[in-house]
Design a protein around this ligand. Structure first.
Ligand code: F0G
Length: 421
């Protein structure tokens, strides 16, 4: 199987363009990368971007910061950039102590230009759209993808169309899509039905699809894993034991696994060093957890999904066939957390000065739960990914945080109110 951690570097097929091609993850069929618009194989299976030369850490030296530092692991030398990546790997000492692990670092992807990791995928995806000569970009979204698509589309001078589940997208995200002038369609259905429609539009040639079904998006998102490994090695001289991340469509899980697989292929990383990929979902939208617990090859679609973490309110994770092997081959796991646990973790992160949206806090909630259950050991070095910024979802922040207190326009009244002597 081509998704094994120790799969050797593939032979370069004739269809390769400058050492880059697309390959079906099920059958190994190969396709030229930029001759035609293509999201899946002829049989509807997922595709991966493949390279003649998988990268080593040395390739990144002296290449600047951010996503394009990793150009040797990407299909282009540069992209439509704002720029993105180079996000902080925060320490969180009180949280580390409280959860009880050897090391805890928070990779805060909310610090990207539009406030989520989606920017890493879009800088590559919109570059590919330019290569293909398309002019209308589209996505289905729980919010963050639409914000990133709108901004990067605007940057690239392209038209953008976004389909959102009506009433289920946080205010900050719609505001971004609106100001960057995406055409916003609110669909009376959930994210999964929006994606069904956008896929139909893409098949009919009306739009270029930039959801994570598009294999090029995941290439940009691979750089999260590369940044984590580089920064962790710089600080501790080793790589983390485990990376915990929120899961919706399982794009990031697939992308991180691909980053590590390519480093193993080049000999830059030993297979046993690869961090255990640990996915976290909300209890009300947990098809990946169900598939891991039952040993299934794919997920079963959940038609009814609900969670306060609207970013991951997804019942049909399209990248599951890539992500499930990633979790299993790295000896990771998947866990579901309640909305209350998510809110608690959001407050815990805020208490360390790190402001995240609810879906992001799922990673910390999941780590706490797995540590409590003894699945995660006390001696582990762990990185939690926080995927989106606090300001994405102001309503959730107000609900989780303290109340503003009205006071009179008078110093004495304020002193009395705050209980000063
Ligand atoms: N966290 C946040 C903040 C997200 O916005 C998403 C996905 C995820 C986690 C899940 O990532 O899909 O790679 O497993 N948001 C998409 C969107 C679906 O439309 O913005 P994944």
């Amino acid at each position: 199987m081509s998704l094994e951690l120790t799969a050797p570097a593939p032979d370069v097929p004739d269809v390769a363009d400058d050492g880059v091609w697309l390959e079906c993850i099920e059958t190994g069929e190969t396709y030229a990368p930029f001759d035609e618009i293509r999201y899946t194989s002829d049989h509807g299976h997922l595709l991966e971007v493949r390279y003649a030369n998988p990268p080593t850490f040395e390739d990144f030296q002296g290449e600047g910061r951010g996503v394009w530092r990793y150009r040797s692991a990407l299909p282009f030398e540069e992209g439509v950039s704002l720029p993105e990546g180079d996000t902080p790997l925060h320490e969180a000492p009180r949280l580390r102590e409280d959860i009880g692990v050897n090391t805890l670092r928070i990779k805060h992807e909310g610090m990207n230009p539009t406030g989520s990791f989606k920017d890493r995928g879009m800088t590559v995806g919109v570059r590919v759209a330019k290569e293909l000569g398309v002019d209308r970009l589209a996505c289905a979204s729980t919010g963050n993808t639409s914000a990133a698509l709108a901004a990067y589309g605007a940057r690239g001078g392209m038209e953008t169309l976004v389909l959102l589940p009506s009433g289920k997208v946080a205010a900050g995200k719609i505001a971004q899509a609106a100001l960057h002038d995406a055409r916003i369609l609110e669909v009376d259905g959930n994210f999964d039905s929006c994606l069904d429609i956008v896929q139909d539009l893409a098949e009919r040639g009306e739009v270029y699809l930039l959801n994570s079904l598009n294999p090029f998006r995941l290439e940009g998102q691979k750089t999260i894993g590369l940044e984590i490994l580089e920064a962790f090695r710089d600080d501790y001289g080793r790589v983390p034991d485990r990376i915990v991340l929120p899961v919706g469509n399982a794009g990031n899980t697939s992308a991180l696994y691909k980053a590590f697989r390519e480093l193993v292929q080049s000999g830059a990383l030993d297979p046993e060093q690869v961090p255990k990929l640990t996915g976290v979902q909300a209890e009300g939208a947990a098809p990946m957890v169900e598939a891991i617990e039952n040993g299934w090859e794919d997920t079963k679609r959940w038609d009814e999904v609900e969670t306060r973490a609207t970013a991951i309110r997804i019942g049909n994770p399209v990248n599951a066939p890539k992500a499930l092997p990633g979790i299993r081959e790295t000896d990771g796991t998947a866990v579901a957390v309640s909305d209350e646990e998510i809110t608690e973790a959001q407050r815990d992160l805020a208490g360390e000065g790190i402001g995240v949206e609810p879906a992001s806090a799922a990673s910390v909630a999941g780590l706490r739960k797995l540590r409590h259950e003894g699945v995660v050991d006390a001696d582990e070095d762990v990185v939690c990914l926080t995927t989106g910024h606090l300001l994405k979802d102001p309503d959730a922040a107000f609900e989780a945080g303290g109340e503003p207190e009205p006071v009179a326009n008078d110093t004495e009244a304020v002193l009395e109110h705050i209980g000063a002597e």
